[in-house]
Ligand binder design. Structure first.
Ligand code: PLP
Length: 389
């Protein structure tokens, strides 16, 4: 049994202003998709520099809609990273297409551009890079490969609100980018997501697809200017964002840079505290220059050859010392469903598989006090000292 934690793995940073925004929305008489959603979309499009931002009820929904809008269908293949949350590849399967996993870089755990091309076949239609832990993928190289083979690029930016790649915010780089406002992400609406694109045709199509495939959302149907008939254009989805979410999101957006500064500070404190420890290597964070990490997760890679315990044993010990931890991620291709359906075996993606057994995420969120950070460091050092050979 796990003891009560002194520092939990995550706690969302929500304040009075978010509370007020929710109450205001509840009292306004308009709680579903409406003016707050539109305002949140506008703010998000401006923030990222994307032409269009479409609010949805999760990043998973955004990823699914992106695949539908890109025309991904039965028989197609979509290349993605095995170091991700199942949602990234599940949505490919929802389209009756096949997820193809390509190995990651050992220091950032982002998809390795040099290995993508060997996975491309005549059936390949899209690439979904995942900006793991908030560090930008090598987008120039990925976009070059995509253009060469006429593939759509859909970024999984669930970790990447605020990530910058070569002076461009993630959201304004590829064909479509999918963000998450899930409870643990850099900003949150409880549940929620946003899809950005610079392509008006895709934006128009997704706007219709996300709400039943009908031509007018409820707000426009009953808004000023009289009644407009709606028309069913596609067998669409129920993926719309609603105004209670959006009202929280609008407040959270104003906090992005303050949250980012605190996250970066904590990453620096951890990096310094753990430097020189033989049993672990912190993930490589993108720093300086014209790119910027969103510092979504603080991940350490265990050097198992220097340790006399497994990652899981060390994880449990840290938890027993009162510190919550996470695992991001056990390689997706080796999870039960994927193994059984596609026959994946250990050995096909060596870097991802190594990471799968050696990653450990420590608490990283703006609500951590300096004393919490010290508690985490003390617990980690104590456990590693005990288990280092
Ligand atoms: C959280 C997460 C998702 C899913 O986000 P939801 O908003 O919960 O649907 C997708 N991809 C990655 C990498 C994630 O971490």
């Amino acid at each position: 049994m796990q003891k009560k934690l002194r520092v939990s793995f995550h706690k969302p940073s929500l304040f009075k202003e978010e509370e007020k925004a929710v109450v205001r929305t509840l009292r306004s008489g308009w709680i579903t998709t409406g003016p707050s959603t539109a305002a949140f979309e506008k703010a998000f499009a401006e923030y990222t520099g994307a032409g269009y931002a479409l609010g949805v009820n999760s990043c998973t929904a955004a990823l699914h809609l992106a695949l539908v809008a890109a025309g991904i269908k039965k028989g197609d293949e979509v290349i993605t990273s095995p170091i991700t949350f199942p949602a990234t590849a599940n949505v490919v399967i929802h389209q009756n297409a096949t997820p193809v996993f390509s190995d990651v870089l050992p220091d950032s755990l982002n998809i390795d551009p040099a290995k993508i091309e060997e996975k491309i076949t005549p059936r390949t239609k899209a690439i979904i890079p995942v900006h793991f832990a908030g560090n930008p993928c090598e987008m120039d190289e990925i976009m070059k490969i995509a253009r060469r083979h006429n593939l759509t690029v859909i970024e999984d930016a669930a970790h990447a609100i605020g990530t910058v790649y070569k002076n461009k915010k993630v959201g304004a780089i590829s064909d479509m980018t999918c963000f998450s406002f899930y409870a643990t992400k850099n900003i949150t609406t409880g549940e929620g997501g946003m899809l950005t694109t610079g392509n008006k045709n895709l934006a128009d199509k997704i706007a219709v697809l996300r709400l039943h495939g009908i031509s007018r959302d409820a707000w426009n149907r009953y808004g000023p200017g009289g009644y407009h008939h709606w028309e069913s254009f596609y067998a669409g989805y129920k993926y719309n964002m609603f105004d209670i979410q959006a009202a929280i999101g609008l407040v959270q957006m104003k906090r992005i840079s303050a949250f980012w500064r605190r996250r970066k500070q904590i990453v620096n404190i951890y990096n310094e505290a753990f430097s020189g420890m033989p049993g672990l290597q912190p993930l490589k964070y993108c720093e300086g220059g014209n790119s910027k990490s969103a510092y979504h997760l603080y991940v350490i890679l265990l050097k198992l050859e220097k340790l006399k315990a497994s990652r899981d044993a060390i994880m449990n010990e840290i938890q027993n010392n009162g510190v919550g931890i996470g695992i991001h991620f056990r390689a997706l291709h080796l999870q039960k469903y994927y193994r059984e359906r596609y026959g994946f075996r250990k050995g096909i993606l060596p870097e991802a598989e190594k990471a799968s057994d050696s990653v450990l995420s420590l608490p990283l969120y703006p609500g951590l006090a300096d004393s919490d950070v010290k508690t985490v460091i003390r617990a980690v050092k104590k456990v590693f000292e005990r288990f280092t050979i």
